[in-house]
Design a protein around this ligand. Structure first.
Ligand code: M6R
Length: 608
């Protein structure tokens, strides 16, 4: 997720100021690097957020139109050379992009053979060179841009500017949002309405496969095949803050609702379903070393450590390699037994959690191969590990981690196929997991569509002061994750517990005021879970069950049931956690608490 903003006007405004203000309001979409271009003054780019860009801009930076960008890095480190806008060889064509061009490697190779020189490591830069190439044969910039867009695969929300036509800007959308702002003598393009709202409330949302051209006095929309599109403008009554949250009340809800898109982004270009293989570019350099390791230690903290525990079950069952999970804050103090046949895998959304980072360094000191599953590109853990897999979940603003957790589990499933196929997993097994992974986005959407039901449940139980969460096997870590979500944003006592372990202590707490959330899908542990639920009911404990669609038996036993679609047992945590995230969200909202910024917590814990 990056932020783009473009402006063209004849009202005498300085585009530089308009664009910088717009970027500031978009900063929640990315803060790895920022950049700006106007035909009059050229481009200025800087690593870091908008304040850094502002410092670098010369006092005489001028222009009546321009494009600007905030980057959340996906391909290439968050450096100045990788910051947008990117230009063509002749410096005439400039682009800002949000999304991923999947076939950029083949396009880049073709363009390099045709004599183009690239100056960044990004996928985005192929766009300008491709348009430059098409401009050799096409009659107009617009036609060349269309030809290029018809050649790329992947997702994009873009704004393009051509120096020779300074007051026209082209936008296009495929998978990444684009909105046009229609003003009087000025027009805008942005990733969402936030930067447009101070100027006009009249907007037009582009749909996938649509292209738009704006100039100070108007706009046109057409499809990739040039057919005209007529679309009425919408009047937006959101505040700028609501617009940043996509109209949701909190970032946490917005990020939970992004689940289907996040899984698609984590999977994009990484599965070869017909062969039952996972293609993880970031692990290619260490693929041979991975064949030789005999043990994996996964290091992580908090929510990431619960993803790690699910990963342990996935990897041991399907890749047949011993896995241990270590809490980052403990690992380096316990004199771990690690050698060059060990892989230390760090899981971290921020890539900056100090304890996880120190655990990686400890692994390195002992000669281990170090790997990362990290969301923030170019973060310290991403840089210090030997190889890794990026989540591609986009920035997570809410302190409570939700969408990053889904992407961590998805990346672990991909890693399981990758490693499993090196170690005896059959193509048929690989295909089965790949197929099930591809079905997850629509299944998550089906759960999200029941959010009003979950909200009602949260209201019903909002009086509770304590909660027990239980699960077994793959859903044992999900019990802990459900509990941490509730306690960190609601400040109530919530305990995660392996359902089989309950009899060894926690069941003593159960009475009619102590509800239990039981994660009980129809899998290999179903009968055992049913017995555990009976034990709670025998002590008058209220039970909410998270169960598989169509399971009528559980409805007779539990007080309330949240149904989720069926999937493979190893992937069921990815679905089962979603209602728990929604339940925690609505529970805290019911209590009127600051959901996105809970007391005493920081998004990234960079101290011991
Ligand atoms: O950035 P990281 O993934 O390394 O962060 C790890 C934990 O601090 C984090 O998951 C924390 O537990 C969340 N607030 C939980 O929602």
């Amino acid at each position: 997720m990056c932020g783009i903003f473009a402006y063209t006007g004849n009202k005498g405004k300085e585009a530089g100021g308009v664009l910088l203000d717009g970027l500031l309001s978009l900063e929640y979409r990315g803060y790895d690097s920022a950049g700006i271009f106007t035909p009059e003054s050229g481009s200025v780019r800087s690593p870091g957020a908008v304040a850094e860009l502002r410092k670098k801009m010369p006092k005489d930076f001028a222009g009546k139109s321009g494009i600007a960008h905030l980057r959340w890095a996906t391909h290439g480190e968050p450096t100045e050379k990788n910051a947008h806008p990117h230009g063509s060889c002749d410096g005439e064509i400039w682009v800002v992009h949000n999304g991923i061009i999947e076939n950029f490697k083949e396009l880049k190779a073709k363009l390099e053979r045709a004599g183009h020189t690239f100056s960044s490591d990004t996928d985005t830069e192929v766009l300008t060179h491709l348009i430059e190439e098409h401009l050799k044969h096409e009659k107009s910039f617009e036609k060349a841009a269309l030809a290029a867009l018809n050649e790329v695969r992947g997702t994009y929300g873009i704004a393009l500017q051509y120096k020779k036509e300074p007051d026209r800007i082209i936008a296009a959308r495929m998978g990444s949002p684009i909105v046009l702002g229609l003003g009087d003598g000025e027009h805008f393009i942005a990733s969402d309405p936030t930067p447009i709202l101070p100027h006009t409330r009249k907007v037009v949302f582009l749909e996938d496969g649509e292209v738009a051209v704006i100039s100070p006095d108007g706009h046109r929309i057409f499809k990739l095949d040039s057919t005209k599109v007529k679309r009425d403008a919408t009047d937006i009554d959101w505040s700028a803050e609501a617009a940043q949250k996509g109209g949701y009340e909190h970032f946490m809800l917005k990020e939970i609702m992004e689940g289907p898109e996040v899984i698609e982004n984590t999977l994009r270009g990484r599965l070869i379903p017909e062969k039952g293989l996972a293609k993880l570019g970031g692990l290619e350099t260490v693929a041979k070393q991975l064949e030789k390791i005999d043990r994996i230690i996964i290091v992580a903290c908090g929510t990431a450590s619960y993803a790690a525990q699910v990963g342990e079950y996935m990897l041991e069952e399907h890749a047949r390699i011993p896995v241990e999970v270590e809490i980052g804050s403990e690992f380096r103090y316990k004199k771990p037994v690690v050698n060059e046949r060990t892989a230390v895998l760090a899981i971290s959304q921020s890539g900056e959690t100090l304890d996880t980072l120190e655990a990686v360094r400890e692994g390195k000191r002992h000669g281990a191969l170090t790997l990362g599953i990290v969301n923030a590109v170019g973060s310290t853990i991403a840089r210090e590990t030997d190889a890794g897999v990026y989540n591609h979940a986009g920035p997570e603003v809410s302190v409570a981690s939700t969408k990053a957790f889904l992407s961590q589990l998805t990346a672990l499933a991909l890693f399981t196929i990758f490693l499993g196929r090196q170690r005896g997993m059959t193509a048929a097994q690989g295909k089965e997991i790949a197929r099930a992974l591809k079905e997850l986005p629509k299944k998550i959407q089906a759960i999200l569509d029941t959010k009003e039901e979950i909200q009602k449940l949260a209201k019903k139980y909002a009086h509770a002061r304590d909660f027990l969460y239980i699960g077994r096997k793959y859903n044992y870590p999900i019990a802990y994750e459900g509990a941490i979500k509730l306690k960190e944003i609601s400040y109530i006592h919530a305990e995660g517990c392996g359902a089989g372990e309950m009899k060894h202590g926690p069941i003593a707490m159960i009475d009619e005021n102590f509800p239990t959330m039981a994660i009980a899908p129809k899998d290999s542990m179903y009968e055992k879970m049913i017995s555990n639920i009976h034990e709670i009911k025998a002590r008058k404990g209220p039970v909410i069950a998270v169960a598989t669609e169509g399971d009528k038996e559980i409805a007779k036993l539990a007080d309330d049931v949240i149904y989720v679609p069926e999937t493979l047992e190893m992937l069921s945590p990815i679905l089962n956690v979603v209602p728990l995230q929604l339940f925690a969200y609505y529970f805290a909202k019911e209590k009127g608490l600051n959901v996105d910024r809970p007391r005493n917590l920081a998004k990234s814990v960079t101290v011991e």
